[in-house]
Write a protein that binds this ligand. Sequence first.
Ligand SMILES: [Mg+2]
Length: 127
Amino acid sequence: MENNNNNNSHDQYGRKVMKDVSLQELRERLVEFSRVRGWDQYHSPRNLLLALVGEVGELSEIFQWKGEVARGLPNWTSDDKEHLEEELSDVLLYLVQLADVCGLDLGQAALTKIVKNAQKYPVTKPT
Ligand SMILES: [Mg+2]
């Protein structure tokens, strides 16, 4: 959630909010990144899925054995948070690439899935 009380926008965790980044921009950057390195030949759906799963494993290792972690990670060092950002990014980037090589529009698919989830789990009043 964004706080617009002054000229500097910050999110609920006090971080300065940067510009929105679209999935389309990420997709285009990844296509170019792979193209100039000649890596397209390796980016089959299966290979990208396996790479994604590997990155999910790296993400999981960050939380492994830590016990419950408070929202906003108040007790984490900046290095720990940077590591988390990197692994979350690895997961996102492989997910975007996987959807792309499958010919899917991930953003639209996600929006559609939110609508389906809302229909599956309608809002009920607390008891
Ligand atoms: Mg990684």
